[in-house]
Ligand binder design. Structure first.
Ligand code: GLV
Ligand code: MN
Ligand code: MN
Ligand code: MN
Length: 382
């Protein structure tokens, strides 16, 4: 808790208590410098992969057991989503050392860049670059129009680092209310993705344009928000429109264009596909009535992640039959799982609130998380 407290002020909005820790901004750079100092204090070898990710190694061999998470946050994020996994990794190493453990396999701590995609729009950007899942020349810009390649020159796939990773285990706060014990093990990540809907209409005067004469994209947008909610409920899926941009954004003007980002997730890929198609169909139908137009762009999709069953079961057993549960949240562990055996540990979230300043886990559950991670690392390396 002291380690989390040390970084609690970094990137925190003093008015809301929420975090604004976007990749490669001063808050993020301060967190990385803090991590490097922590790793060096522990005599770990720090390596940067040229994609924004940092590794701290205990031991030099391959087949390493790597654990870690991310520092970056969503806009107005909580204190635990990401940093808990990094802090817990540092403390689990301390725990093994206090037990005089001499691991037979190397242990690595990973800090992944831009997991939330809050700056450049693509979630898990750091782990996707490292594994070659995206091209280092990918065309991404932040909300100020700054290109990714102006911020870093991504190194792209790093086979040398991938070759060192024997398995990956990410500890993370659970982000719903599904976990009723202090620590659980993940089974799967729901398929999910991000789509952009661009609604175009005719900008005009708010006072003089007859209601019947309007081609107002805001109306088509509003209808689509409700349609997304209804279509998701009907399928037992999740649809969210949590980000919107309006042009020209005037109080006394009808909008010319509304862009809205749709986040869609479900237990099965088919359900996600059908959900997005249905939402787009409803938007198109409505746009005909409104005299507007609507376009759909796929920004990113992530297929279902099924974590390594052997590793999952081993973790659950080491942790005295800890519960096993799926999640609707995305993680770097999902990206890593396409390359190495991967598992996740979840720490209970008593309110189920996440991606919010009020996200919380109790001190004793966080301590249980560290103890669980230490037991898992000991089981796999000693
Ligand atoms: C990341 O936390 C996500 O699931 O969007
Ligand atoms: Mn998150
Ligand atoms: Mn996270
Ligand atoms: Mn996440």
């Amino acid at each position: 808790m002291r380690l989390l407290e040390e970084i609690a002020h970094i990137g925190r909005d003093p008015h809301t208590g929420g975090y604004l820790r976007y990749a490669w901004t001063p808050a993020d750079l301060e967190l990385r410098a803090w991590f490097r100092a922590q790793a060096e204090q522990r005599g770990l070898d720090v390596e940067e992969d040229g994609n924004g990710n940092i590794f701290a190694w205990w031991g030099s061999g391959g087949d390493a057991v790597v654990t870690g998470s991310h520092f970056d946050s969503v806009p107005q994020g909580g204190a635990y989503d990401g940093p808990l996994g990094i802090v817990s990794a540092l403390l689990a190493v301390d725990e093994l050392r206090s037990q005089n453990m001499k691991p037979k396999r190397s242990i690595g701590i990973a800090v992944f860049a831009e997991e939330e995609g809050s700056r450049f729009g693509l979630a898990c950007l750091g782990s996707r670059l490292l594994t070659g899942a995206v091209d280092p020349a990918i065309d991404l810009s932040d909300r100020d129009g700054v290109r990714l390649q102006e911020v870093i020159t991504p190194a792209g796939r790093r086979d040398d680092i991938l070759a060192r990773i024997g398995c990956f285990i990410e500890l993370h706060i659970e982000q719903g209310r599904a976990l009723t014990q202090p620590v659980g093990v993940a089974s799967a990540i729901w398929p999910h993705g991000r789509w952009r809907l661009d609604f175009t209409g005719e900008p005009n005067h708010a006072g003089t344009t007859l209601m019947a004469d309007r081609r107002d994209p805001m109306i088509t947008f509003a209808f689509t928000v409700l349609a997304a909610n209804k279509e998701a409920r009907q399928r037992g899926a999740h649809a969210t429109i949590g980000r919107v941009s309006v042009q020209p954004n005037a109080t006394n003007g009808i909008a010319s264009r509304v862009s809205a980002w749709l986040d869609a997730r479900a237990a099965a890929t088919d359900t996600v596909d059908h959900l997005v198609s249905a939402v787009f169909e409803k938007a198109q139908e409505r746009s005909k009535r409104d005299g507007t137009s609507v376009e759909l762009t796929t920004e990113s999709v992530s297929g279902e992640t099924l974590f390594d069953t052997e590793l999952r079961d081993r973790l659950a057993k080491v942790l005295d039959d800890a519960p096993i549960l799926p999640t609707g949240a995305g993680h770097d562990a999902g990206v890593l799982s396409a390359h190495v055996p991967t598992a996740m540990l979840f720490v209970r979230n008593p309110t189920g609130v996440s991606h919010s300043p009020t996200e919380h886990a109790t001190d004793s559950d966080c301590e249980a998380g560290v103890a669980a991670l230490a037991r898992v690392l000991r089981d796999l390396t000693c």
